[in-house]
Unconditional design. Structure first.
Length: 215
């Protein structure tokens, strides 16, 4: 796991703002804290320590789906919320993604929902975000907007607190629209925001893969 932390550190020259930007690699006794040096030197150091696991897992997360879509000459469009772009990133991280990835959006607010997907107040009648009906609405809408074979969506609460509807942190709903349609609810039981975002992304890509194989 790679995380950025800001703190004072007397071991390295302090920038004018008095704060040193560091990168923490790994967890527990295997973790390391490195100063952010010039990009080339910094990249060499973390690569030598095997700290690119997050980047590698991102590409591997999307690889199976990418292969399936390319083999079937199919396409996908995505609309995600609390995963924060990780679903889109996983699909794009695969070499040759332009063959199947048509585009996507992080639909995080009412404004983005309206501007990017054209979701109206009428569409939201008797519906709320972070629910299965809303997830399916997003999946169908982004699929239609981009004329994709598949639409994939995610909407939830990554944490550390829940949402205004009473959903706990770690709650999300994920939907797939296409030749096969399905929607699921995920509850991680965790308040760890970043960890939940990764779980949401994994579950979304796994659900899409399952639907492609069933179609």
């Amino acid at each position: 796991m790679v995380a950025l932390v800001r703190r004072r550190d007397t071991r390295w020259p302090i920038p004018r703002d008095g704060v040193k930007l560091l990168v923490k690699v790994g967890q527990g006794p295997r973790s390391h804290t490195l100063p952010l040096r010039p990009a080339r030197a910094w990249t060499r150091r973390i690569t030598a320590m095997g700290a690119l696991d997050s980047m590698e897992s991102l590409s591997s997360l999307g690889s199976a789906v990418g292969t399936l879509l390319k083999d079937r000459n199919q396409t996908v469009a995505t609309a995600e919320s609390s995963a924060g772009g990780l679903i889109n990133a996983a699909l794009v991280a695969v070499p040759g993604a332009s063959a199947y990835y048509l585009g996507g959006a992080v639909v995080y607010t009412l404004a983005s929902r309206s501007a990017l997907l054209g979701v109206t107040a009428e569409d939201m009648t008797n519906m709320r975000s972070a629910s299965e009906p809303y997830a399916m609405l997003l999946a169908r809408r982004v699929r239609d907007k981009l004329s994709a074979t598949w639409g994939l969506s995610e909407t939830g609460a990554s944490g550390p607190s829940g949402n205004r509807y009473g959903d706990a942190p770690g709650h999300t709903c994920i939907a797939v629209s296409g030749p096969v349609e399905t929607v699921i609810t995920v509850e991680t039981g965790s308040a760890d925001r970043e960890a939940n975002m990764w779980v949401f992304a994994h579950k979304a890509v796994e659900l899409l893969e399952s639907c492609i194989r069933k179609a």
